[in-house]
Design a protein around this ligand. Structure first.
Ligand code: AMP
Length: 388
């Protein structure tokens, strides 16, 4: 029996989960939040206390103290730390033991993921400081998409840009891989064709063939594809030129607008799907339009990926919205009967009662609701890399 600590460091947060492996038993979970702000907090197993946390180093120290307090012998049993790292670029296509050279490479990828890789590295350095001698492993969100062929991941722009690394990378790979694997196992067919829909505040959709990612909706960055909480998803780049050249916006403004002020929040006034659903139920026109646009965009990708995969065995819904919104699942699969995608409306209301399988009887394509668990996926990968 050994313990593996999973860390997911954001710009002002440090999330953790502690697993006993290989039993995959969740021992403790928590979050240091609002790091660097006036009033930070530490949440362990759902209980929050307000405290001062100026930086990720202090957050790590507090988390270590809290776990040690609750779990005598913790330091001796802790054998590895698995880190979620968002961008692995071309360099990291599998889980990797962290060395000085690996940290340097993660740093070189800062330009490609300016919001995510810097805090990810800060988390790694804090863990090194407080858990000396414990093996550290980086698991990359882009890695699952390494199998997307050049015909798909390349942009039709001059080749020199491609050589400089300007291509599609894709994100949410840890989640898509985890959900795709579960769907594949449930189908009992290692060659299954699956479309996985990660619908959270950020959202992406991936075509999976025989366990490999073949296409995904996010790109060089996390902006394209589906309509998200605050991101626009697909948009004609001409809009950006127009805003900068003719409307006096600078490029920073446009970046903020497309990343933080678009998507559901722009269309319906809230980036929380629960609010949008409430307004939809009341018939508020903005919410009705937002929901219809949201579902239509998903359908466009389902159609495109169905064509690319040359068939489809299952759709798999996951993440905050995918797991919890019957309405989104219903609207996104409505009118796709001709593709063999037919939802059972009663099962859709309460998927748990049907082991997460909600297609209509005799429908050709299975429809699954599969809770994602990126932390467990990282724990498994860390354990496999070090011990199998
Ligand atoms: P995630 O990024 O995966 O944590 O997903 C966050 C989003 O899930 C939130 O912004 C909510 O809009 C959405 N969500 C969570 N619970 C529900 C629910 N019961 N119904 C609809 N949407 C939900």
């Amino acid at each position: 029996m050994l313990l593996i600590l999973i860390l997911n460091a954001g710009s002002s947060s440090l999330k953790f989960r502690l697993y006993e492996m290989p039993a995959e038993k969740l021992i403790l979970k928590g979050l240091a939040g609002r790091i660097g702000e006036r009033e930070s907090y530490l949440n362990i197993n759902g209980e929050s206390v307000k405290t001062t946390i100026p930086d990720h180093g202090r957050a790590m120290e507090l988390i270590k103290e809290e776990i040690s307090h609750r779990l005598p012998g913790f330091s001796e049993k802790l054998k590895a730390i698995g880190h979620r790292v968002v961008h692995g670029g071309d360099r990291f296509i599998r889980p990797t033991v962290i060395t000085d050279e690996v940290k340097q490479k993660i740093k070189e990828l800062f330009d490609l993921a300016p919001l995510h890789n810097p805090p990810n590295l800060t988390g790694i350095e804090a863990a090194e400081q407080y858990f000396r001698g414990v093996s550290q492993v980086a698991v990359f969100d882009t890695a699952f998409h390494r199998t997307i062929p050049e015909t798909e991941h390349r942009y039709a722009i001059p080749e020199n840009f491609y050589r400089e690394g300007i291509r599609q990378y894709g994100f949410h790979g840890i989640s898509h891989e985890y959900v795709g694997k579960q769907a594949t196992e449930r189908l009992g067919n290692t060659g299954a064709k699956i479309i996985s829909l990660h619908l959270g505040n950020g959202a992406s959709i991936t075509a999976i063939d025989a366990g490999q990612s073949k296409a995904t909706s996010m790109g060089f960055g996390p902006l394209p594809g589906l309509i998200m909480g605050t991101r626009s998803g697909d948009i004609d780049p001409s809009v950006i030129f127009y805003l900068v050249e003719n409307q006096d916006y600078n490029i920073g403004d446009v970046k903020r607008i497309l990343n933080k002020e678009s998507g559901l929040i722009a269309l319906a006034g809230s980036n929380d799907m629960r609010d949008v659903e409430q307004d939809y139920a009341r018939g508020k026109p903005e919410a009705v339009l937002a929901m219809e646009m949201y579902a239509r965009r998903i359908k466009k990708y389902i159609g495109a990926y169905y064509a690319l995969l040359g068939g489809l065995d299952a759709l798999a819904f996951t993440a905050g919205i995918g797991e919890n919104s019957p309405l989104v699942r219903q609207l996104a699969s409505k009118g796709l009967d001709h593709l063999g995608i037919v939802l059972d409306l009663a099962k859709n209301i309460n998927p748990q009662a049907f082991q997460g399988e909600i297609q209509a009887e005799n429908a050709k394509v299975k429809i699954y609701v599969i809770p994602t668990n990126e932390e467990l996926a990282i724990a498994r990968k860390t354990y496999t890399l070090l011990y199998e």
